[in-house]
Design a protein around this ligand. Structure first.
Ligand code: PAF
Length: 285
């Protein structure tokens, strides 16, 4: 398949999207921070199934990183990313620089309360404000009809859905299933930070998560399953476990401590392996 058109400015992206829409074509957006892997490519494929044209974005968004986080170290490699996008038939790549996204004097922020507050929001207080701000901008800039986000970042998906609903942004949001390695580890750009022994130990995370989900689905207590999963992670060599929590699937309110009953739940985990923070989640109940 051919290489995507690469544009660096909002004006260029809008001109392409306007021409496609004038021709009656539906446009899908896949926002990313680059360092693309099979998980991102699965999002592009889903976008293709839901639209005539696919726009991917690559922007490592400084606003969603705290000063002590890995903004500078975050893996970057546009040439390799472009090849991958070409292999799945992406039409256009929007890869702006920092000044195009945040012009001098930029002074606005989008804040989503409630669903953004626990879990990642508690562990990374800056994160969802930065995500909501940049995603609102990308929605406005692209004027896409539909956007695809991975369920790997499940809380992000719920925050983006809430934000688009609350701000009346006319875009449909699709959540795409998490792409996994053969051993079950969720694909993530940050897996590149893992040493070989850490990568081998990392499989304990999906294993503990699946065991907890099965125990709860079989009628077990949520608090006991969460504690068992935490202990399994620590036994496998994980350091700090930021959270292992079962929450309601759409508003992310806390479930438990007893059995799940009829609720639609989601188990969400974040834990450190060496210097790498891994997250994962799956449906429960
Ligand atoms: O999930 C990501 O890669 C980022 O949080 C996103 C949605 C591209 C916003 O910067």
């Amino acid at each position: 398949m051919s290489s995507p058109i690469i544009v660096r400015t909002v004006a260029e992206m809008r001109a392409h999207v306007r021409a496609w829409k004038t021709a009656g074509q539906r446009v899908a957006l896949v926002p990313t921070m680059g360092a693309l892997h099979e998980g991102h490519l699965s999002l592009i494929r889903i976008a293709r199934q839901n639209a005539d044209r696919v726009v991917a974005t690559i922007f490592v968004n400084p606003k969603q990183f705290a000063p002590h986080e890995d903004f500078d170290a975050y893996p970057r490699g546009e040439a390799a990313d472009v090849e991958k996008l070409a292999s799945v038939g992406c039409d256009l790549l929007f890869a702006p620089n920092g000044a195009e996204m945040y012009a001098p004097g930029f002074a606005s922020a989008v804040s989503v309360s409630g669903v953004s507050e626990p879990l990642e929001g508690a562990a990374r207080p800056q994160f969802f404000g930065g995500v909501a701000t940049v995603v609102a901008k990308l929605f406005n800039q692209s004027q896409a009809d539909v956007a695809v986000f991975g369920e790997k970042d499940y809380q992000q998906l719920q925050v983006v859905k809430r934000m688009a609903r609350d701000l009346d942004i006319p875009i449909a949001i699709i959540g795409a299933p998490t792409a996994r390695a053969e051993d079950g580890l969720a694909l993530s750009s940050r897996n590149a930070y893992l040493s070989a022994p850490e990568r081998a130990a990392a499989v304990a995370l999906p294993t503990a998560m699946k065991a907890a989900a099965a125990e709860i689905a079989a009628g077990g207590r949520i608090d006991a399953a969460e504690q068992k999963a935490t202990a399994a992670l620590q036994a496998a060599g994980f350091g700090q476990v930021d959270y292992v929590e079962v929450r309601e699937a759409s508003d992310l309110s806390r479930l438990g401590p007893g059995p799940i009953g009829d609720a639609q739940g989601r188990i969400l985990i974040a834990a450190w392996l060496g210097k790498t923070r891994l997250i994962d989640n799956m449906a429960v109940g």
